[in-house]
Design a protein around this ligand. Sequence first.
Ligand code: RAM
Length: 345
Amino acid sequence: MKFRTGRLTALAAVALSATLGLAACGSSDDSSSGSSGSGGSSDATVTFIPKNLGNPYFDASDGGGKKAVAAFGGTYDEVGPDTATPDGQVQYINTATQQGVSAIVISADDPSAPCDALKQAMSAGIKVVTFDSDTSADCRDLFVNQASAEGIAKTQVDLIAKQIGGSGEVAILSAAANATNQNAWIKQMKSYAAEKYPNLDIVDTVYGNDDDQTSFDKTAALLSDHPNLKGIISPTTVGIAAAARYLSTSSAKGKVALTGLGTPNQMRKYVKNGTVTSFALWNPEDLGYLAAYTADALVSGEIKGDQGDTFTAGDLGKYTVGADGEVLLGDPYVFTKSNIDKFNF
Ligand code: RAM
């Protein structure tokens, strides 16, 4: 997979400086006049809209986007809601459309709530790229997918199965109930678990809304509602960090296993103190970087977005548009005590 630690360090520095440069909330306008990278149109204005601001995952992914936009010489902006609610992104899409940006790059909180606004943007000539969490296919030009849903699901179920010896009660602590990405992964996790681990029962799915406190409270409720619980899968970076924080000071530490999708920087201390054995993720910086270059390839006319179209995404190299307008980043990566210190995002 495209997961190069050398580049990670540089990207982490960019992500950090992007984060530090952000206003507490709202917009981080930044015009760049860097040198032209491979395949770039050089003057695209690209607005990133994350599911929510203040989520370290999107600080990292949008930081990767900012680096890409600087490399091809465009103008980067990031705006978005504070909470991941279904229609919270609509006003930011409308503003970007009024501003006449070249492209909107969005991780959607809901598959359909932002659709009317995105369709208006597209009819105004704006290229729309979803990344991380897709909309319905008719509301965007392309979707930059971090990894296949099957791969993400299988990785997490195999991790929890290994940690609990293949049998027992497991619960899922997800993000928002409408999140396209988590819902696709949960569906695949349930069918894969039923087939591969007949003695592993997924007994509950709860939603922390990608909010730290809600996710923390939902973890406490899961433990009291299911006294025989052996494991939790949290396929969201906010959820797994909050669940780890709860477990780390509770009597369930070391007894109830926890895995899912997390960032190494948020999870490091819980891996080191024995609350968590292993978890997974892709490189969110690479994901944002690829999404920005995908937008630029559409804006410049290098690609139309048809299946089989190819383009170069700066340092990441060449990509091909697959079926259903998808561009795939790579495979999930598993973090453990023995490799976590190699990563900084
Ligand atoms: C959270 C968000 C994001 C998801 C990651 C794994 O940060 O829900 O959409 O991809 O977790």
